[in-house]
Write a protein that binds this ligand. Structure first.
Ligand code: NAD
Ligand code: TYD
Length: 373
């Protein structure tokens, strides 16, 4: 085995990280994948169960640990002769950053810095080795767009509005600074809203899906006209692979879906997809008796307007020109195809979402709803 192709994936047991690892293993690419994950409420060891290659210790290793543990990060980089770090680990949910910002500073800012320090010590400490630190970030660092503003380009000013986006912005700046000051070879991608399998049902799309199936209210914040640029997670992962292959060191690439839609339209698509699935497959009525579609009622009847999220950004949208020109990047999935696959995945994988929702999630959601109603 060529150790030099080993990669460290932080946060690999979360939504995007797990999809990335699964894609890599399926592609048969050479080199071992070492996942470092603290298994917070959002991380799930079971995301690798039954995944081809994940039971082969030459191809995959899971390490339960925290990116803030600098000694552990250094040890993993040395022991596995890691030359590529893919940094996904983060606290990622805006609503949680409003009710409890501290964890966001701890993991996203202090944690990213601990990882950067470890990379610097190991890679730049001696005579130096070829290496890459890829940082996975969000378009939310650019703030909120007005209805007629041009989409975010890489040169937009940083104007983060939530504790989440502020902590991601801080981590982006640290990554940039480690390149300029210490010559660490870094790349950063700032991506729009992802959806797809293995996403924790606190984010808009899986939350609405799961609530439909349970016959629970579909909480629309504010007027439901906030706009996001939705991207299927497979396309994000492909954009990251392209950045590793072709991205220029020190550069930032915005990855988007070319798919801006207001929240109400997203919820309309989800409710229509669930209605259609129940019409086509009568066994769903027995599996999910509380779903309105089980009584031939439209899921849209569950829509409920709730108090707006404080500081709620109005619109995010990505200008994809740079990634297209330099990386040849374009999303493959249309929203219709991506959403249909996602709905089918959640219908087929009830044990997964029930299990991840059984932890601290329920209590947190109850507090969150109580605050909004
Ligand atoms: P997620 O919340 O599903 O997963 C985060 C993972 O990080 C979990 O497995 C968790 O256990 C792990 N983790 C958290 N704190 C840790 C720590 N201190 N040490 C080690 N591991 C820790 O998040 P996601 O949606 O998969 O997002 C992954 C990355 O992509 C994040 O950096 C996020 O900011 C970024 N991003 C997400 C989206 C999106 O729409 N989800 C869009 C753009 C960018
Ligand atoms: P979310 O998935 O939390 O992603 P982000 O805030 O990082 O963009 O939310 C997407 C949009 O959906 C955002 O405008 C907030 C809105 N939203 C609701 O209206 N209701 C909900 O229950 C949730 C979770 C989100």
């Amino acid at each position: 085995m060529n150790h030099h192709q080993s990669i460290l994936v932080t946060g690999g047991a979360g939504f995007i990280g797990a999809n990335f690892v699964q894609q890599r293993l399926a592609s048969g690419k050479a080199g071992k994948i070492v996942v470092l994950d603290a298994l917070t409420y959002a991380g799930n060891r079971a995301n690798f169960d039954g995944v081809e290659g994940a039971s082969d210790p030459a191809r995959f290793e899971f390490v339960h640990g925290d990116i803030r543990d600098g000694a552990l990060c250094e040890r993993l980089l040395r022991e596995h002769e890691i030359r590529t770090v893919l940094h996904f680990a983060a606290e990622s949910h805006v609503d949680r950053s409003i009710t409890g910002p501290d964890a966001f500073i701890d993991t996203n800012v202090v944690g990213t810095h601990a990882l950067l320090k470890a990379a610097r010590a190991v890679w730049l400490g001696g005579s130096g080795v070829d290496h890459r630190f890829h940082h996975v970030s969000t378009d939310e660092v650019y703030g909120s767009l007005g209805a007629h503003d041009a989409p975010f380009s890489e040169s937009n000013q940083y104007q983060p509005n939530s504790p989440y986006s502020a902590s991601k912005a801080a981590s982006d700046h640290l990554v940039r600074a480690y390149h300029h000051t210490f010559h660490l070879n870094v790349t950063t991608t700032n991506c729009s809203n992802n959806y797809g399998p293995f996403q924790f049902p606190e984010k808009l799309i899986p939350l609405m899906l799961v609530n439909c199936l349970h016959g629970k209210a579909l909480p629309i914040y504010g007027d439901g006209m906030n706009v996001r640029d939705w991207l299927h997670v497979d396309d994000h992962c492909r954009g990251i692979e392209l950045t590793l292959q072709m991205g220029r060191v020190g550069e930032v690439y915005n990855i988007g879906g070319e798919n801006e839609r207001p929240n109400l339209e997203i919820v309309e698509h989800i409710t229509a997809a669930v209605d259609a699935a129940f019409a086509a497959d009568s066994s769903l009525r027995t599996r999910f008796p509380e779903c309105p579609a089980a009584q031939s009622k439209p899921c849209w009847s569950l829509v409920t307007y709730v108090k707006d999220r404080p500081g709620h950004d109005r619109r995010y949208a990505i200008d994809p020109a740079k990634a297209r020109a330099e990386l040849g990047y374009r999303p493959h999935e249309t929203f219709e195809s991506g959403l249909a696959k996602t709905v089918a995945w959640y219908l087929a994988n009830q044990p997964w979402w029930r299990a991840v929702m059984d932890g601290s999630y329920r209590q947190w959601m109850e507090r969150n709803y109580a605050a909004r109603s």
